[in-house]
Design a binder for this molecule. Structure first.
Ligand SMILES: Nc1nc2c(c(=O)[nH]1)N[C@H]1C(S)=C(S)[C@@H](COP(=O)(O)O)O[C@H]1N2
Ligand SMILES: [Mo]
Length: 421
């Protein structure tokens, strides 16, 4: 098997897992960096930090092999073959920022940080990170985080927003306290309907009164298994771009529910209407629409559970294999509603399917490893397709499902190209 990548898509630049730091460092500011945007450059380093004037050293302790979609705000996705680890390392974890990274995160300064719980609660709480650690049971959960717009690039007609292909997803180990434990300690009133998550990341406009993003989830989801208020990612303090010093991870829902830099969780008696909760943000039509339909705003509803999905992480698309010899194909499967029941593999464009071996998740909402022995019968071009099915018998479709104006929730079957020689 070779390392050569072709990605199966002719419009894609080759992606190398090599640092291109010199190229990036030669760029002197946002204008110069902007010249790279859209070029699918691989990058190492925190470009936003560079833009904000951080030192070269700080930037070096960075990302590797991600594809930059935008530098203002910073958005970068991960090629599928770099998501092969059971636990996605920092260097390969996608970044989705709606605003700037706060200076307190860039400085890794958690001094005086507090988390407020207020609204429809019996007792409002203001907790330091020390109090969170001492008052509540510490847990570590392996949780998938996937942007609601992952797969947007495949919608036709296209949808505005970051053109994520398959790489706005990762699965890390998050350490913190259960969201439900903290909410229950405040005492949830019967009037509680929805959470509202707040942080102070600076808005791109520079307006200090504007919130970048403030989303929430139904109170039942907030109190359900899986939600965590985390201070560590993969055993280390959460890195600046991922929400230092505290973030929510509410698995199963679009990644936007997982507020970074979180400093306040308000409990509301109605659906939250904060930044990016209303209009067309993270919303889909309440009924099926034809591609390209202009859907009235009042017919849009909040995107909740993410659909069942899988990703082939080995081999890399475009790899070669020996005809007639078995080789391993593997990847991960996950679902917003919980466990995945099965994964099947096809090498004939979905005409026939063969079951893969599927591991149980480490905990609910962790992704599940699948493996299959695949033999490409004779020399030539093949595609390997993967299809996950959840516990309700719902599978991934072979085509982009449910067109919607902003391109959310695409769980089309993932496919890679392979050459048998
Ligand atoms: N404070 C804050 N939290 C945020 C965001 C943000 O821009 N600011 N982006 C959200 C979105 S849309 C996603 S998909 C995830 C991405 O998390 P990551 O950058 O750690 O991968 O964070 C969410 N939480
Ligand atoms: Mo997102």
């Amino acid at each position: 098997m070779t390392d050569k990548i072709t990605d199966g898509r002719s419009d894609k630049a080759e992606i190398a897992d090599e640092p291109t730091r010199r190229t990036i460092l030669k760029a002197t500011g946002l204008t110069a960096l902007g010249a790279y945007v859209g070029m699918n450059i691989p990058f190492e380093g925190n470009l936003m930090a560079l833009a904000q004037g951080m030192s070269e050293e700080d930037i070096m302790s960075g990302k590797n092999g991600l594809v930059l979609l935008n530098d203002r705000p910073l958005n970068a996705e991960t090629p599928a073959h770099l998501l092969d680890d059971d636990v996605t390392p920092y260097k390969h974890f996608f970044i989705r920022n709606n605003g700037f990274v706060p200076d307190s995160a860039l400085d890794m300064d958690a001094e005086g940080w507090t988390l407020t719980i207020d609204g429809e609660v019996d007792t409002a709480l203001e907790l330091s990170i020390g109090e969170l650690k001492s008052r509540f049971e510490e847990v570590t959960l392996r949780l998938v985080l996937e942007c609601g717009g992952n797969g947007r690039a495949f919608f036709n007609p296209g949808a505005s927003g970051n053109q994520w292909t398959t790489g706005a997803v990762g699965c890390a180990d998050w350490t913190g306290v259960r969201l439900s434990d903290v909410l229950n300690a405040a005492g949830i009133k019967s009037s509680a309907v929805y959470t509202a998550h707040h942080s102070d990341d600076p808005h791109l406009s520079g307006d200090p009164d504007k919130e970048v993003i403030s989303r929430g989830v139904p109170i039942e989801k907030a109190l359900a298994e899986g939600g965590i208020i985390a201070w560590a990612m993969n055993g280390e303090p959460i890195p600046a771009v991922h929400g230092f010093p505290l973030r929510l991870v509410i698995p199963g829902y679009p990644g936007s529910a997982s507020q970074k830099y979180v400093n306040r969780i308000q409990i509301r008696d109605q659906e939250h209407d904060g930044a990016k909760m209303t209009g067309y943000s993270y919303r889909v039509p309440a009924y099926p629409v034809a591609p390209g339909t202009e859907v009235p705003e009042e017919d849009m509803v909040v995107l909740t559970d993410m659909p069942v999905k899988s990703l082939i992480t080995f081999p890399q698309s475009g790899a070669q294999a020996a005809a007639g010899e078995a080789m391993e194909v593997r990847g991960h499967a996950w679902s917003g509603s919980g466990d995945v029941a099965s994964v099947d593999i096809s090498i004939d464009f979905g005409a026939t399917w063969t079951p893969a071996a599927l591991e149980a998740p480490v905990n609910k909402f962790a992704w599940q490893r699948f493996r299959a022995d695949v033999t490409l019968p004779q020399a030539g071009y093949y595609e390997v397709w993967a299809r996950a099915t959840d516990l309700n018998g719902v599978s991934q479709p072979p085509v982009v499902p449910g067109w919607n104006p902003r391109g959310y929730g695409n769980n089309m079957q993932h496919r890679i190209a392979m050459i048998a020689t």
